[in-house]
Design a protein around this ligand. Sequence first.
Ligand SMILES: [Zn+2]
Length: 275
Amino acid sequence: MIEIPEAESLSRQLIETVGGKKITRVIAGLSPHKFAWYHGDPKDYDALLRGKTIDTAVARGGMVEVRVDGAMLLFSDGVVLRFHVRDEQRPRKHQLLVEFEDDTALSASVQMYGGLWCFKEGGFQNPYYDAARHKPSPLSDEFDGAYFGSLITHPDVQKLSVKAFLATEQRIPGLGNGVLQDILCNARVHPKRQIGTLTNGEREALFHSVKSTLAEMTAQGGRDTTRDLFGEPGGYITKLSQATIDRPCPVCGGTIVKQAYMGGSIYFCGGCQKM
Ligand SMILES: [Zn+2]
């Protein structure tokens, strides 16, 4: 799934690859998908975008916003974006295909569910998008100790687990269950710890780990468990994930444990992330 590091990396790659390209044709909704969400009628996408030029792309939490001459294309997590060179066969199934005048193309396919919204600038309301645009990204200077402190000392979150606090309710847009595991590994905090029981030192460690882990993942082009615009895995080697379950903890050599928790798997080290 696309989370903050992957959205940043995809946006960079989109700017470098399709920035400045003129759109010659758009096909939306070719392969029916129950959980592919469009804005309005996908048949109108061609009229909205044809003849226009890609200006830039911006990461919004775990979303990728592509600006096209007064119009927008917005992709949520769950959407696989791929660039296709000239003469390369296009995928047989896709939910969106954008063709450019140099015969290259961009395709978007929905895995389980995902949004591929096209709209005129300002013409789309969505709570996830709004939160992602208005809350500071952990990669920005605005997301500082004081800001994190205001989130973690809020009375409403004291009974929440660390996982619920960091990765739900769009408190930190784009921070999901994927990046969460290494953030907590680096902070040495158990995902089920209750916020109200954390020491000042643990809160501090969490803040620094949110900033530094996401920065590291972003600098390396996203996690190795996800793929980029060219179908390549990201350069960040994930410490805790399905792929590393049988390996010792990189911090203390302890055993990595997998558990089902809050509608997803959590991975943690029994040695250095104590309850
Ligand atoms: Zn450990």
